[in-house]
Design a protein around this ligand. Structure first.
Ligand SMILES: *Cc1c(COP(=O)(O)O)cnc(C)c1O
Length: 458
């Protein structure tokens, strides 16, 4: 029988093995295709094994994972990835994650992990400072903007109903006064998902048309009241545009409505010289933002921020006789009960960048996006958005050509960005959000796009 000591030695060896492979993956990433080759994809067949009757050697499993799995990753942790708004993983945050795996903390409450309780509080305070949001707000570190928006809207509904004398926890929704939802035409699909899951029928939601830039048109707002939840947007996924918070939020507040802001990536503009885009946002009631997008933490990492700390803590409360905690314990601010301390990578990212580093990263990405837009126009593409942030939305002469450009770019293996549709036209969407991306990568992207354009027009 193996001793505890032998087992530990083997475990340490396995972790070192994994770390060596992880380091090698990072070293190689710039030399490979951004999206895996057909051969790498075919290699995934190696995982088609039957569930083993008896356990297999973990080192052999790790080798399989690395040898067949690593080549079939999308190189999102590479400067040449421009898809979605994915971001890479900052070294400080990724390293914190590695250490945390050995800790194996259940960061629900102080008793589960004093270190997580402490650091997540610091991370919450730093976050409110760098995003300049009301310092009394509660911050729940959740898995995603989707989950955090759901938590915030649940808190909003509970508060609105409480003001109407309705206890939703006890009485549920049947017979409750109706809470009206107002969103913009370009609201993110996950906002609609959160609303749908919460029981707001999509056909009963008031959808406000947008202006040509993709911002909610304030002149088309329905009457708002103290039974309204209005969801605004900081950073529309195609155009990067911001709703006109400084005009809309005061109106909504005066009517007694609850304003929630989906700022999955766009809220980070507030930590930079682009903060003016977010003017008035601080008057909202709740906000969602991601760590795993523009802050470049690993997945899953997002924040639910709620001015009325008791409202979020009330909606998300999960105290039990065997597990009661303070209202600001993370299990009382998020959907999860058992959870890993995902505020720690946020702390590590903010600590390693500092305020100046976050501002520099955001500003660099915005200026690279403008450079891409100019390069694309030079090459004969049409840029469809104003490029106010880190998103460039563009197209070729017609839908067919646009689709061919996207295919050629993806097939090149030298970059990756995805397709979208804007105002009925096929488009491609280039997002600059990796901390690794700098001018040379953008120059290469522009050169490749010029070459694709040249070949197409032959
Ligand atoms: C990505 C995104 C979301 C969803 O965020 P997840 O963290 O992936 O759930 C919501 N809104 C906007 C604007 C986004 O870009």
């Amino acid at each position: 029988m193996s001793s505890y000591r032998d087992d530990l030695a083997q475990e340490v060896q396995l972790i070192r093995n994994a770390d060596d492979r992880a380091a090698e993956y990072l070293r190689q990433i710039g030399q490979r295709r951004v999206f895996p080759s057909d051969e790498s994809l075919a290699g995934l067949a190696a995982f088609d094994e039957a569930l083993p009757e008896h356990g297999k050697d973990p080192a052999e499993g790790l080798a399989l994972l690395d040898e067949k799995g690593s080549p079939a990753t999308v190189a999102t942790n590479d400067p040449r990835y421009f898809g979605f708004v994915i971001g890479a993983a900052l070294p400080a945050a990724a390293a914190a994650e590695r250490l945390m795996l050995s800790w194996d903390q259940s960061a629900s409450l102080f008793l589960g992990s004093p270190v997580a309780a402490k650091i997540e509080k610091i991370a919450a305070n730093w976050l409110l400072e760098i995003l300049d949001l009301p310092r009394e707000s509660a911050v729940g570190f959740g898995t995603s903007a989707t989950a955090c928006t759901l938590a915030c809207i649940a808190a909003a509904r509970r508060s609105i109903l409480a003001r109407q004398g309705w206890d939703v926890d006890d009485n549920g929704l049947t017979g409750a006064p109706e809470v009206e939802i107002v969103i913009s035409e370009t609201a993110h699909i996950t906002v609609k998902k959160a609303l749908r899951v919460l029981g707001f029928g999509l056909k009963r939601i008031h959808v406000v048309p947008c202006d040509p830039f993709g911002r909610l048109d304030p002149s088309q707002l329905p009457p708002l009241s103290d039974r309204t939840i209005l969801v605004l947007q900081a950073g529309e996924v195609n155009t990067g545009e911001f709703d006109a918070f400084k005009d809309i939020v005061p109106l909504a507040r005066a009517a007694g409505a609850w304003v929630h802001v989906d700022g999955a990536f766009g809220l980070w503009a507030r930590a930079s010289s682009h903060a003016h885009l977010t003017e008035g946002i601080e008057q909202a009631e709740s906000w969602t933002t991601d760590g795993h997008k523009w802050l470049n933490t690993p997945y899953d990492c997002a924040m639910a921020i709620c001015r009325d700390a008791d409202a979020l803590a009330g909606a998300m409360n999960s105290d039990a006789v065997y597990s009661s905690a303070s209202p600001d314990a993370q299990k009382n601010l998020t959907l999860e009960f058992s959870r890993r301390p995902r505020g720690i990578p946020v702390w590590a990212a903010l600590r390693s960048l500092g305020k100046a580093g976050v501002a520099e990263m955001v500003e660099r990405h915005c200026s690279l996006a403008r450079q891409i837009a100019e390069g694309l126009e030079d090459a004969g593409f049409t840029v469809l958005n104003r490029v106010v942030l880190n998103q460039v939305l563009a197209c070729a002469t017609n839908d067919e050509e646009t689709k061919a450009v996207i295919r050629a770019a993806q097939d090149s293996g030298e970059m990756w960005f995805g397709a979208s549709v804007w105002q009925g036209r096929a488009a491609f969407r280039i997002s600059v959000s990796s901390w690794r991306t700098s001018a040379p990568h953008v120059e290469k992207l522009i050169a490749l796009m010029k070459e694709i354009r040249r070949q197409q027009s032959q």
